[in-house]
Design a protein around this ligand. Sequence first.
Ligand code: 5AD
Length: 490
Amino acid sequence: MPSVFIKTYGCQMNERDSEAVAAQLVAKGYTLAPSEAVADVVLLNTCSVRDFAERKAIGKMQNIAADVRKNRPNVVLGFMGCMAQSRGQELIDKLPDVDLVLGTQKFHHAADYLDEILSGHRDKIVDVAAEPGSEATIREHLLYGNVARNGDGHRPPLQVTAYVSIMQGCNQRCTFCIVPDTRGEERSRGIADIVSECRQLVSQGVKEITLLGQIVTSYGKRGNVSLAPRGTSGERVGARGILENGLLTPALSSFGEEREKTPFVQLLEAVHEIEGLERIRFTSPHPKGYGDDLIEAYAQLPKLVESAHLPVQSGSDRVLKLMHRGYTRERFLGLIKKLRRARPDIGITTDIIVGFPSETEDDFEQTLSLAHEVEFDNAYLFKYSPRRDTPAAGMPDQVPLKIREQRNHRLLETINEIGKRKYDAFVGRRTQILVEGPSRKNPARMTGRTRCNKIVVFDGSARHRGQLLDVKITRAGSFTLYGDPAIVNL
Ligand code: 5AD
């Protein structure tokens, strides 16, 4: 059987999609190749969020086509994911070596399409059409890769944490963002379907689940969404009513004013019931969707870890409005306050865009001051990148690259300085970690993660994998903590 190598660019959602495609191919008998140099099929799972991400994937494909194809002309090359979705046929026109272009609603067809290409039945395939129900197809996991079973037919649990896709798409239409185009309209999976996937993962040894979606706080909010178990999709539910599975749909309401629990909080509660599951995370939420019921969930659900990734994008109300974010600086700060009241130890990270069109020095300074005020544990910084067919790309007063770079640099210094202080404050503290496995940088050591999402490296052994361990933090590095389990676990 052929071997496949999948390289992933971009976010956790892309990681998860690649895993589901790999699992699908392994189930069909493919093996996983360690690199593109030896694979029969090379797939690049792409990101479109910034121009840089697109250029990287295109450059990589050009190199692969030049190197790999020269010696092994029958290797199949494909693009999948966001850039495949937004560019479609154009990718093959530009790179004639590419055989397959697979859109974001088509991952579950990967094996069939590859069969057709490898068997010579079809030459090239481009499929980027919308497919209703595709959100429920990202469910296969690769907990074991193609590692052989033990003699007794059981395989040791290799993965302690797992991602579970709960929804796809985004209707928010932030003016800078290409995601509504690449991922389509919001579509959610049913609660029963998600819970059964989580249960299965937990039965295989998974201890921590991260619920994934482009805008998880909008989970189940769209009127055309079915929250019924898998296989009975298609019925419509109104803005409010009783769903087939007994859940009450909430009245659609604005920031923080839900009268009943939102479907997302109902989902968290359902996943929380799973015995043997230790921790629940989710990403990414929209600050606008953080209603009081979700804040309350932090107080009520002990498995929901004290960690939140809350993309703020800017600290200036004027820019937030131009971005179409739907909240003000004050509202964002209010939300942080509420979260810290519910969970004083909560780790808060964010995404920030610098150099959005017309951003002035004064706007930028408001972002700097917001970073100081919130004291983010970490932040992902993005230089604004005009994306085609987005409103911001056509806005006046685009900020020159040089200024975007300078602001990025200044903000990075601030974020690093705040982060250093926050990480240093952990030294001497005792904290719980979930041990994930050997450290990537130094496989002789192990890594775990605190509930507030900080990585802790320590001297441990394979037997620690999957354990909840108390460690004492002995040192803080750059966005990494070092701990000693011996001190508290003798
Ligand atoms: N330019 C720069 N950054 C962007 N992001 C999304 N679109 C753009 C863009 N056009 C960033 C946002 C988002 C993160 C995933 O990517 O900060 O939260």
